[in-house]
Design a protein around this ligand. Structure first.
Ligand code: TMP
Length: 240
């Protein structure tokens, strides 16, 4: 599908191609995996396929629940057509349970339930190592207007509520996740991906990690975790 199309950008996990319509882009999901701001490099077999399919399921589901997002349609196993967003360079992290960098920074043991969802913002800048920022920094750097940030916060918390309710019957705990937003024809909408690369999913019974932490922490059975998430989202019988 990407044959003959001009590649606009290659990121760590995706390639973005131009299409004949300037309002639309083609996203190709790669098997490449990185962690710790690119310091750890590897590849996860068929990750591109899993993350494309998983993101499509989430984006479609969110659209039916009133969350505007960039997804248009799947165009291949590893490719989707999306709306061309002007990305707001702020990574929005929502946390329900202490894990990862929050657990480390605040001295909380992993698995401690937070009393309410905790929102964090990071400046999307690889050279700076994506530093954590707050709304004052965002305003001072003119990354987004306060009104846009109100919308982004409201959307992020709504997405969290929807995902929690959607994943619970599938036996999945949504520990935390990262979102990116962008502007399209004057509207703020959800972009990027929603996948085991950008979320922490734990099995509700065993607390087994079913996400990229298996790669980050060398836990083994990495491909199996991505496959398991797709299976559960598709309502297929699971092995875990
Ligand atoms: P953290 O605990 O490492 O800060 O990660 C919080 C969440 O954000 C976790 O679900 C993984 C996701 N994430 C990304 O999607 N990209 C990143 O670069 C990082 C650091 C985290």
């Amino acid at each position: 599908m990407t044959k003959g199309l001009k590649m606009l950008y290659e990121g760590k996990a995706k390639k973005i191609y131009e299409t004949a319509d300037p309002e639309l882009l083609l996203v190709h999901y790669k098997d490449d995996a990185t962690a710790f701001n690119g310091l750890k490099k590897g590849s996860i077999r068929d990750k591109g396929y899993y993350n494309n399919q998983i993101s499509a399921i989430f984006f479609k589901m969110l659209a039916t629940r009133g969350v505007s997002n960039h997804f248009v349609e799947l165009t291949g196993e590893r490719e989707m057509l999306v709306k061309n967003l002007e990305i707001v360079p702020v990574e929005v992290v929502v946390r329900n349970i202490a894990a990862g960098s929050l657990a480390k920074r605040l001295g909380k043991s992993e698995g401690t339930k937070l009393p309410f969802p905790v929102l964090e913002f990071y400046y999307k800048d690889d050279e700076l190592g994506d530093p954590m920022i707050n709304r004052y920094h965002i305003k001072a750097l003119e990354l987004a207007s306060p009104k846009e940030m109100d919308t982004i916060e409201e959307m992020a918390l709504k997405i969290n509520e929807i995902l929690l309710a959607y994943l619970k019957p599938l036996g999945l705990e949504l520990v935390d996740f990262k979102l990116e937003f962008g502007r399209h024809q004057g509207e703020i909408m959800l972009g990027d991906e929603i996948s085991p690369d950008t979320c922490r999913f734990w099995d509700a019974k065993t607390h087994e990690k079913l996400d990229k932490d298996r790669f980050r922490r060398d836990l083994g059975k990495v491909e199996e975790a991505y496959q398991e998430i797709l299976k559960r989202l598709k309502g297929e019988k699971t092995d875990v």
